[in-house]
Design a protein around this ligand. Structure first.
Ligand code: BES
Ligand code: ZN
Length: 941
């Protein structure tokens, strides 16, 4: 028996201490030297894996011992001479005596061997020192056996379970989640995205289960010694990154939905949920086919499975050929899921399938360019969903919401560039944020719109073809796009995509363009500066310059459809903005609007006269002559400008007043998104009454126009009106408009009197969230318990989410306290993946926020332990609370808390900085705007 190396945290800690001591005392032995000698966060580049043979036996029989054992054989090419093999490995037990190493050559394989091993716990390195030097040009085969418990966290190779409804017995299954850096917890490997290799996976398990992996099963054989166990051999994969490897052993069933000429397509779920797979099974292959056509590249694998995993930390994960989802993002129930749920599902599926090209086929070289994965998947998904469900009109709504998310986060000094340097593996997770996803998507859309369809598509296609099965950086994309744009005449020859796009991806923030018209000469002067929410920071200090494609239209012309730039705002070589003058603008009675359809992420401020003209049109019968996205833009812009003092609230309210006429979803989405922030501040102040009255005034007309909380859904023609109605009712019940609350309560009591409420729910699906919330807010303890029982009994992921979100609507301190405790108690009945929903449900409401804040402060150690090492889940807690902190003393209290709890908040520093800045900007708002706003709003009641 050789030495057992178990990388348990304890062990790691001891090693770490040993290093510190050894180095401090000058005691470095040869092993310690090899560890401390290489302490860079990236793998050495001497070796390159070509192929992995991965064999894993999964034991799911005994709930007390859910384990896996395996062997990985890696075919490694030496690019340089080296005396060691450095791999990633974490929390795996490795029997060193069984490691073998051979040189592969034509005249027979030659034995090499491993003299000693060591680990670097900081970078998860497992270092094997070899008997003989590995020589450049040679190929070696390394075999390493390993084993571990199936993890209890939702990362690496882990356990998940569900209850069989018939027998009430717990059924176990296994699943993987490797992105960004957890393949190393499942098998020793070169766990960086640029080390692409092909994978030959073999899974062993009891024959009553099914084994799934990226590729189809080639053959199945009985296990050599374990009775009733089998080995499933999967076909060899195409070259791919380790974070995309996936497998699962489960007792699920599937629904096939292969299209003619398409790859074999199956959707998997636990048996009792298979009837919820219809929508995903139908939508998935369609959107896959759309991408094949859009990119002009066929999906390269023979099959694709999508699987609903009962415990899953992300929303979904794009593993090549085996895409995994939460139940709530894959499963759709006709009787329990809403239209919004269905659209969300479609969007998630479209996102993950877009990754099969952007991410899987072409992968970023390093995590710095994560946005190439996530920004693309986000943008391309919106095209895919639009193509298959044009009646949903989701493309415009998606553009608006991604743009709004960008504006929000990127207005902070503590935001970061799209392209974000990553120096520690622990920093990678922080990049999965609105900047990579939403800002990434927004700048891609910007390019699409300024280059036009043909150039954009042909540029993308050549980029995908050039880098297929390889890795790329953003510069590679810029090259392909520049070439295509020049060929198509879509970009002036003296312009390069790189120059333009670097200004968007390497700089933090976005500009505000100030437009000052000269009404006599028909010209306008344009200047740009960074928009910052934090007014303590002088804008002059935060210099920046963005290359801005300028599209605009006038009141005469009203041509919002043309998103090609009429001019550009340019930057000098030294990075300063070059002021721009626009000619041929109309007279003083005609407005101008910049940024047709909000094609580029910038804000616009106009001179007073132009705002006046815009306000006149908005508040007239003609308001629809302004494009619906630009109406949403004007609301968003003017409320931002008022927030930071570039406009007064009088002007802003003159804009929002027009909402009484508005019947379209997008401007309302923009309005609610902004008014929500004011609501969260003002509801803590004595002047909230005025705000409430104003809100009621604004949306009573639309509430009535849509027939309020009456179930008129079957007669609604346009799908976005369904969403609008859902949204308006939610706000109406919150502000007790008209009959909203009593009607909600009567729906709820009808449900309560159903003999079988789990089967029959008389509440219209699209109102359920509003109805539950109102019923819980104004209801009794029994109402809460009733809803909790429905949560426990529900078989539908989306329904469970809605309930978790509304159980926090209570205003009873003890009930909320009990709810929070259940959320973080492993036996409380709420899965770990969902605890943050409960916390947010409490934290987002006026009574709950106080309790949630205290709960977090008092229990930060326990909450940290509950999530560790996936503490990223806690980041939402901070952002949620930050929007509701409005006083200096609360801000200081938070600062002190963060300082005292540093050891529990590692890996959250970005979110925490951002949250503190949001709190600060709220304090600033109170100081600067509270009185002015309160005065102005009274003039508008
Ligand atoms: N690649 C991500 C999954 C992921 C997220 C892995 C964070 C590691 C850390 C996946 O493609 C994704 O983006 N999922 C989203 C849902 C999507 C529709 C926006 C998610 O998990 O929220
Ligand atoms: Zn993604």
């Amino acid at each position: 028996m050789g030495l057992q190396i178990t990388h348990t945290p304890d062990f790691v800690m001891k090693w770490f201490l040993f290093f510190v001591l050894a180095i401090g005392l000058g005691l470095c032995s040869s092993t310690a030297n090899s560890v401390s000698g290489y302490n860079y966060y990236r793998l050495p580049t001497a070796l390159k894996p070509q192929k992995y043979y991965l064999r894993i036996l999964t034991l799911l029989e005994n709930p007390e011992e859910l384990r896996f054992t395996g062997t990985v054989k890696i075919v490694i090419e030496a690019l340089e001479n080296t005396r060691n093999i450095t791999l990633h490995s974490k929390n795996l037990t490795i029997d060193e005596s069984k490691i073998t190493l051979r040189k592969i050559s034509e005249d027979g394989n030659k034995d090499n061997c491993v003299t000693s091993t060591s680990i670097n716990p900081i970078h998860d390195f497992y270092i094997l020192n070899t008997c003989e030097e590995l020589l450049a040009g040679n190929v070696y085969k390394l075999s390493v056996p390993f084993s571990a418990d199936l993890s209890r966290q939702l990362i690496g190779y882990y356990r998940s379970s569900y209850k069989d409804p018939e027998t009430n017995v717990t059924r176990w299954l296994s699943a993987t989640q490797f992105e960004p850096a957890s393949a190393r917890k499942a098998f020793p490997c070169f766990d960086e995205p640029a080390y692409k290799a092909s994978f030959v996976v073999t899974l062993g398990y009891h024959k009553k289960f099914t084994g799934l992996s990226n590729m189809p099963v080639k053959e199945t054989k009985p296990h050599e010694s374990l009775t009733d166990y089998i080995w499933s051999h999967f076909e060899e994969s195409v070259p791919m990154s380790t974070y995309l490897v996936a497998y699962s052993v489960n007792d699920f069933v599937n629904k096939p939905s292969t299209l003619p000429n398409g790859a074999l397509f199956r959707t998997w779920a636990r048996p009792n949920a298979i009837d919820q797979c219809d929508f995903a099974a139908e939508f998935g292959p369609k959107v896959l086919q759309y991408y094949e056509q859009f990119f002009g590249i066929k999906f390269p694998l023979p099959k694709i499975d999508q699987m609903a995993v009962p415990d899953f930390s992300a929303g979904a994960m794009e593993n090549w050929g085996l895409v995994k989802y939460r139940e709530s993002t894959l499963l759709f129930s006709k009787t329990h899921s809403s239209l919004a749920d269905k659209q969300d599902l479609a969007n998630v599926i479209a996102h993950e399938l877009a990754h099969q090209w952007f991410g899987n086929l072409v992968t970023m070289k390093w995590w710095t360019d994560l946005w190439l994965n996530e920004g693309f998947a986000t943008y391309v998904a919106s095209l895919g969903v639009e193509d298959i469900h044009p009646e949903w009109n989701t493309k415009d709504r998606g553009s608006l919401t991604t743009m709004m998310a960008t504006f929000r986060l990127d207005s902070l000094v503590t935001s970061h560039p799209i392209s974000r340097p990553i120096k520690m593996v622990t920093e990678i997770e922080e990049s999965f944020d609105a900047i990579s996803y939403q800002k990434g998507s927004s700048v891609l859309r910007m390019m699409h719109l300024f280059m036009g369809e043909d150039a954009f598509r042909s540029g993308l296609k050549s980029y995908l073809q050039l880098y297929a099965y390889k890795n790329a950086e953003q510069d590679n994309l810029w090259e392909s796009l520049t070439e295509a744009a020049h060929k198509n005449g879509a970009l002036p020859k003296n312009y390069e995509i790189k120059t333009i796009m670097d200004s968007w991806t390497l700089q933090t923030g976005y500009p505000i363009v100030n437009v000052t018209r000269d009404y006599k000469t028909g010209t306008a002067k344009l200047g740009q500066e960074r928009y910052l929410r934090n007014t303590e920071i002088s804008r002059a200090q935060c210099v920046g310059c963005w290359w801005i494609p300028l599209s605009y239209t006038t009141q005469n012309e009203k041509d919002f459809s043309n998103t090609a730039p009429k001019a550009w705002m340019e930057c000098s070589r030294s990075g300063e903005s070059i002021p721009k003058t626009i000619q041929d603008l109309p007279g003083p009675d005609q407005w101008v609007i910049f940024n047709n359809q909000l094609s580029t992420p910038y804000k616009v401020n106009y001179d007073a006269q132009n705002w006046k003209l815009l306000i006149q049109t908005l508040n007239s019968e003609e308001f629809q002559s302004i494009h619906v996205i630009n109406r949403a833009q004007l609301i968003d812009d003017v409320l931002y400008l008022a927030w930071t003092g570039e406009q007064d609230y009088e002007t802003a309210l003159q804009v929002t007043d027009y909402l009484q006429r508005e019947r379209d979803l997008l401007p309302w989405t923009s309005a609610f998104n902004n008014l929500k922030l004011l609501n969260r501040i003002l509801r803590q102040t004595p002047n909230f009454g005025f705000f409430k009255r104003y809100m009621k005034k604004l949306f009573t007309p639309i509430y009535e126009h849509l027939n309020g909380i009456n179930d008129t859904f079957s007669s609604i023609q346009h799908q976005d009106q369904i969403l609008l109605k859902t949204m308006v009712v939610e706000w109406a019940c919150q502000y007790q408009v008209s009959d909203c609350v009593p009607r909600a309560q009567s729906y709820f009591s009808r449900w309560r009197s159903e003999p079988n409420p789990d089967e029959n729910n008389p509440i219209p699906i699209n109102f359920r969230s509003s109805v539950y919330c109102a019923a819980i807010k104004y209801g009794t303890d029994e109402d809460w318990d009733f809803l909790w029982s429905r949560y426990k009994n529900s078989n539908v992921g989306t329904e469970k989410q809605v309930i978790l979100g509304t159980l926090g609507c209570s205003r009873e301190v003890w009930i909320l306290q009990r709810y929070l405790e259940r959320a973080f108690n492993p036996k409380g009945g709420i899965r770990k993946q969902d605890s943050s929903l409960s916390f947010q449900a409490v934290a987002s409401r006026e009574v709950g926020v106080l309790l949630a804040k205290k709960y977090l402060i008092d229990n930060v150690d326990l909450i940290h332990k509950y999530y560790y090492p996936q503490t990223r889940s806690m980041s939402r807690f901070f952002s949620q609370l930050s929007e509701q902190v409005i006083t200096k003393s609360d801000l200081n209290g938070f600062r002190a808390f963060v300082n005292n709890s540093r050891q529990y908040l590692k890996g959250l520093s970005q979110t925490i900085q951002q949250s503190l800045e949001i709190m600060l900007t709220n304090v600033q708002w109170m100081e600067r705007n509270y009185h002015q706003f309160s005065r102005s709003i009274q003039q508008h009641l």
